[in-house]
Design a protein around this ligand. Structure first.
Ligand code: AMP
Length: 397
């Protein structure tokens, strides 16, 4: 995979596929702009070389063809304008490859930036449509992918479009290069002990990653909703906690494999339980072996936090993906916050992957203490699983 530095881009029109899919609050304010900041080095590199820069990204999941304000990239453009501190105004096209975008692209001058509207307003984006890819490609000389968070999806702006350019005219941006390098290097030659901390709600989506991690790590810590599938697979009563019953066997196999590979496998020893999935009710701590019928586990308890802290003590490398509880509700956020502090406090190389997990680290004030916070959840999981990412394959083709 080439880096943007390997290409001759001076004075050219450059398309940069970014991942501006940032979280917003109910008032539409951007709550975490790390994905926008992450794209700045590549954008600045192009501007410094007198390029005409066209940026494109998807934002959430609008219905194709329906232009709604809440899915517009307008707030992103505003934030970009502030962060880039450009003398000229960044323009936003009203469409993706329509008349307005084409007209604005044709009028673009060196050192100027044009942002296309939300790529998913075009149905062809998620269908990896070659016609849309050709329309996008027709506006530019160079294709740059800097959207790590979207690289696990074979979409038109990620896959089909990249394949229309030869190797002298396509490359990875700085953010994509950094993300891929970090995961590959860490997974290839980790400093040991190497510990994986995995949480979140679904075992299903993380099964392959867990299977792969067992071959690589020295210890695994499981928390979050997915812990209950493992606890139930051990024969414990888990009440109404989140459980994927069809995966109980798989969970058992993973624990057996860990034993065979001599990987230490840690589950919560106590949990925060509540009778309902809400923070407007009583909650209490119980040992993981004493969850009453009718109650559900929504966070790990204080004894688990202390145990996991001990487990992490000698770590030299830590990969963390998934919160320890329903951290969106303050009442069940302590386990995740403490895990963030515990990881940040180690001397290990720490890699945080996944939007939710990065959000926990941010709320806990630990982002600066982590070695690397990835901008892509699904993409980083796929890299851990050893899967090939469509966006990266298309750059290499
Ligand atoms: P994932 O997308 O699989 O990483 O899951 C993240 C989600 O897991 C977050 O929205 C958490 O609220 C949720 N979660 C964590 N712990 C639990 C739990 N014990 N029960 C239900 N959901 C949980």
């Amino acid at each position: 995979m080439k880096s943007i530095k390997d290409l001759n881009i001076t004075g050219k029109t450059v398309f940069i596929r970014c991942d501006f899919n940032v979280p917003k609050d109910e008032d539409g304010n951007i709550t975490d702009d790390r994905r926008i900041r992450g794209a700045l080095p590549t954008i600045r590199y192009c501007l410094d070389r007198d390029c005409k820069v066209i940026l494109a990204s998807h934002y959430e999941r609008p219905e194709a063809g329906v232009y709604e304000d809440k899915y517009s990239l307008a707030p992103i453009v505003q934030r970009l304008q502030t962060l880039l501190k450009l003398a000229t105004e960044i323009t936003l096209a009203n469409d993706v490859v329509g008349k307005n975008a084409k007209k604005k692209a044709a009028a673009l001058q060196s050192g100027e930036v044009l942002v296309l509207e939300n790529l998913r307003y075009e149905a062809g984006e998620t269908q990896n449509d070659i016609i849309l890819a050709k329309e996008l490609a027709s506006m530019v000389d160079i294709y740059i992918n800097d959207a790590f968070g979207a690289c696990h999806r074979a979409h038109a702006s990620i896959d089909a479009m990249a394949r229309l350019f030869d190797k002298e005219h396509k490359a990875a941006g700085f953010l994509l290069g950094k993300e891929v390098n970090f995961f590959e290097k860490t997974l290839e030659k980790p400093m040991r002990p190497f510990i994986a901390v995995v949480g979140g709600s679904k075992v299903g989506t993380k099964l392959e990653a867990l299977n792969e991690l067992i071959n690589k790590v020295d210890k695994i810590i499981i928390g979050g909703g997915m812990a209950f599938t493992f606890l139930k697979a051990q024969g414990l009563e888990v009440g109404n906690s989140l459980v994927e019953d069809h995966l109980l066997n798989e969970a058992k196999k993973i624990m057996d494999k860990a034993k065979e590979e001599k990987v230490k496998f840690y589950l919560p020893v106590d949990v925060v339980i509540a009778p309902e999935f809400t923070d407007k009710c009583i909650a209490k701590y119980v040992p993981a072996q004493e969850i009453p019928k009718g109650w559900m586990g929504l966070d790990i308890g204080p004894a688990s936090s202390r145990l996991f802290r001990e487990v992490l003590n000698d770590a030299q490398t830590i990969i963390w993906n998934g919160p320890m509880g329903v951290y969106e509700m303050d009442k069940y956020a302590k386990g995740s916050t403490k895990m963030s502090h515990n990881i940040a406090d180690t001397h290990a190389t720490t890699i945080v992957g996944g939007g939710d997990t990065a959000d926990v680290a941010l709320r806990a004030g630990d982002v600066d203490e982590m070695t690397f916070v990835s901008t892509g959840g699904g993409a980083s999981l796929n890299l851990i699983e050893g899967k090939k990412l469509p966006g990266i394959e298309a750059l290499k083709a």
